[in-house]
Design a protein around this ligand. Structure first.
Ligand code: NAD
Length: 272
């Protein structure tokens, strides 16, 4: 498989590249997007209870004709369903909507204060019971990860965080690498913001690539899993066309230097 996989800290293989389906409508829109994605080699689909499209995601995975084991499906528990019992219930609803026998990765969507440790215990139970193949977190800063790991013997397999050339968080990446927590990027294209950065336009044209292809390739070379969102057939294809070239170390560093610690989403220390 040209896209390649990474071995998570629990031995499970996760594709490096996938499709995000935030703000993608349930039904035809999400089914068509996943259909185009799988046709173009995508094997990882990132949804969440919040996105309201788990039914369509499950329908698309089944309709793809690909063996279930070849598609990696991630979903997440939303903030208002955190805590031990509520998370067990939320997972039950998610897996029923998906109509799948198991989920490949289940994430705590945000580190809800006073709740995420209990939420994690529910994830551990669901993992042990075989309903989930890997468990992880999203939007966890180093202090959240340390707090969680201090109260648990298990380490999250993945931390899905906002990551793009304006928000690199190198020290968080280094901490995760040291703890063997795989980092995954959300909003890798800054929800469209990367296209306005002139330095990226110049670098992209040097490689004969688009800005999207440059930024997504930079993610992979940083060792970060990436899940760009698009519902446009041509862009879905374009975004996957990043496995035939390599960004030089100098250009990798130049992209790193565009960092301004600028977020498009909420701050994990201050969200509601
Ligand atoms: P993104 O950075 O992937 O940007 C998507 C937007 O960029 C699209 O709406 C489209 O308009 C544009 N685009 C995509 N490909 C393009 C191309 N080739 N050329 C021009 N424009 C293009 O934004 P995102 O959807 O926020 O993030 C990706 C995924 O990350 C989401 O779909 C979701 O699965 C996940 N996510 C997770 C969290 C979290 O809290 N864990 C938060 C946000 C997003």
């Amino acid at each position: 498989d040209i896209k390649g996989t990474v071995k998570l800290n629990n031995g499970i293989q996760m594709p490096y590249f996938g499709l995000g389906v935030f703000k993608t409508k349930d039904g035809k829109q999400v089914i068509d997007a996943i259909h185009h994605a799988i046709e173009n080699g995508y094997r990882l689909i990132d949804t969440a209870a919040l996105y309201g499209n788990e039914r369509g995601v499950g329908d698309a995975v089944r309709a793809s004709g690909a063996p279930r084991k070849d598609i990696f499906v991630t979903t997440k528990v939303w903030n208002n369903e955190q805590g031990y019992e509520p998370t067990l219930r939320a997972f039950d609803h998610s897996i029923k909507r998906l109509g799948l026998d198991y989920v490949d990765l289940f994430l705590i969507h945000w580190p809800v204060k006073g709740k995420y440790k209990e939420t994690w215990k529910a994830l551990e139970r669901l993992l042990n019971e075989g309903y989930i193949r890997s468990i992880g977190v999203s939007n966890f800063l180093q202090h959240h990860l340390e707090d969680l790991m201090n109260s648990s013997s298990s380490v999250p397999a993945v931390n899905q965080i906002e990551f793009h050339p304006r928000l690199v968080q190198q020290s968080l990446l280094d901490f995760c690498a040291q703890k063997k927590i795989q980092v995954e990027a959300w909003s890798p294209l800054m929800q469209g913001g990367v296209f306005k950065i002139e330095a990226l336009q110049q670098l992209a044209s040097k490689y004969g690539k688009t800005v999207a292809q440059l930024v997504l390739r930079w993610n992979l070379q940083k060792g970060v899993i990436t899940i760009p969102k698009s519902i446009n057939q041509l862009r879905i294809k374009e975004n996957a066309n990043i496995f035939d070239y390599t960004i030089t170390p100098e250009d990798m560093a130049a992209i790193d230097h565009l960092d301004k610690h600028q977020r498009v989403g909420a701050d994990p220390d201050n969200f509601s």
